[in-house]
Design a protein around this ligand. Sequence first.
Ligand code: ADP
Ligand code: MG
Length: 249
Amino acid sequence: MENLLEIHGLHAGIAEREILKGIDLAVRPGQVHAIMGPNGAGKSTLGAVLAGRPDYTVTAGSVRYRGKDLLAMAPEERSWEGLFLSFQYPIEIPGVSLTNFMKAALSARRKHAGLPELSPAEFLRLLREKMAFVQMKSDFASRSVNVGFSGGEKKRNEIFQMAMLDPTLSILDETDSGLDVDALRIVADGVNRLRRPDNAAIVITHYKRLLEYIVPDVVHILKDGRIVRTGGPELVDLIEEKGFSEIDG
Ligand SMILES: Nc1ncnc2c1ncn2[C@@H]1O[C@H](COP(=O)(O)OP(=O)(O)O)[C@@H](O)[C@H]1O
Ligand SMILES: [Mg+2]
């Protein structure tokens, strides 16, 4: 089957500094990939470049997503095309309720796909269904996005948004510190339950903990801007055993 995402020789960085030094990565529909690596390896940068964050510059290479040139697409277009990115540090949006935020996001995505707008009743039904999916309390619907949310609530919200938007490719950049077991389970459960033959996910994580709940098909080790090793889930145990410093290409 055709790759959902195909990265070739990607070099990117900030100002004068090169952070990604030649990334090759191919993700097929139905797969979950894990990207692991030490702090400062460039994991979040890869996510940011794929999302189209303007502070990063791509200096070489190509990224094809569903057969299209991803790097030529504006950030919002990427999201309308079913690319979902959760950030290590979720943004707070004071004054915008979660309901209104999701209404706008979903309606833009549906419009782009040529689908009719959901009626208010249909939207509400979907919202309730997905809030129940992540066991989110109903009062969150009227709260400002992420404002005053605890770490675990932000995670819940992230997976809720993912469930609402039904992405084709989800990229989850996971905080490693301060995530309790409940929060890990929310993320893992969401990823596992949203898994389908026609979508895919890339989970970025520092520690193996999360991968005790999500079993990835492919594991990559990113070090100093390069993927130095690619393998199956057994790589996770190797990392645990040896640490990143011992593992090379
Ligand atoms: N916006 C930025 N400004 C300056 N340096 C950055 C920026 N983003 C990332 N870097 C640097 O690039 C390297 C990789 O960072 P990052 O992608 O966050 O790594 P990881 O997520 O693997 O810990 C680090 O040395 C970091 O300091
Ligand atoms: Mg990071």
